[in-house]
Design a protein around this ligand. Sequence first.
Ligand SMILES: [Zn+2]
Length: 359
Amino acid sequence: MSALPNYTAQRARFLAAVARLHGALTSYPHPLTGPQGEALFTDVAVIGDPHAERIMLVISGTHGVEGYYGSDSQIAWLDTMDDRLLPAGTALVMLHLLNPWGAAHLRRVNEDNIDINRNFIDFRQPVPATPAYAQWHALYHGDRAEADRLLTAALQNSGWPAIKRVVEAGQYQYADGIFFGGRQPGWSHQTLQRIIAAHLSHATTVLSFDLHTGAGAWGHPMLLAIAEKPVPAHQWGKRLYDQWLTLLFTGAGRDSDTGVTATATGYVSQFLLESLPQTQMLPLVIECGTYAGEEMHRRVREDHWLHLQGDPASAAGEAIKQQLTEGFWPADRDWRELVAFRTRQIFMRGWQGLTAHQA
Ligand SMILES: [Zn+2]
């Protein structure tokens, strides 16, 4: 078994990469601590002109444990940069670990069992009703043996795709359920609002990347634009990336063969679009495939039960953490090399397009 990743060590590497480039750092302290009592932060580093009109934004760790891929990608990209050579009017904004609690505790969700990428809805409106989830909720709470029996039966009778379509869409009714979107803006949601106001709202053009793992084919990073409906910036995205970019439109009844859930609500991408209506905003997602969807569900569900009824600090808990971490950040050397290579290509083309951009 490989050593589990460590939030504090990862953050130190990120901060060192930022310091080498004389980046301006703003740290947003999280109210809770890591499993060893360590302090937690979401960090924002601005490389280049803080008033830049054109910004490349890179977000890691929306899904906690996926942030080790994200952070490594951010550090690798920073290491290719020379702050003295940035074109005028451009800046790189690195948002490091949007869900630091999840990263430190090796969870996909946050401290409130909230899936941050379902939490970016407008809570002034009634939350989405997700009645179809109710029939599956028994797989995720209550008596464990009974829940496992129900899962086996559901997989036999309905099949994994039918369960996935409902469950992974997110739900807003069961705080102890899976893919819970929350009943109010979580800490990460509120923090992203502050970050947008402080670091992005002045820009005319923002190209953003939200870095994820765990869906799609093994070792294949997908480049996606996820939105509820087409926006003008999608055309810019297609000119930039051509066949590499998949437009994924979300909503009730929508489907996608990418492995990313099209029925879901509350994505970060949609929130960025709505938060910066005056900005030419192109929110992209990189999603690196790991294990098959049903196997990933098994690992995420084990971790869900561990935090509901188990002891994450126990030996059994550590084994579940190993499985979950391997699911979202495979130790396989070739996997890591491939996703790093492809992620750098995506950043490079985006950066070149942004810096040459005549909006
Ligand atoms: Zn994710």
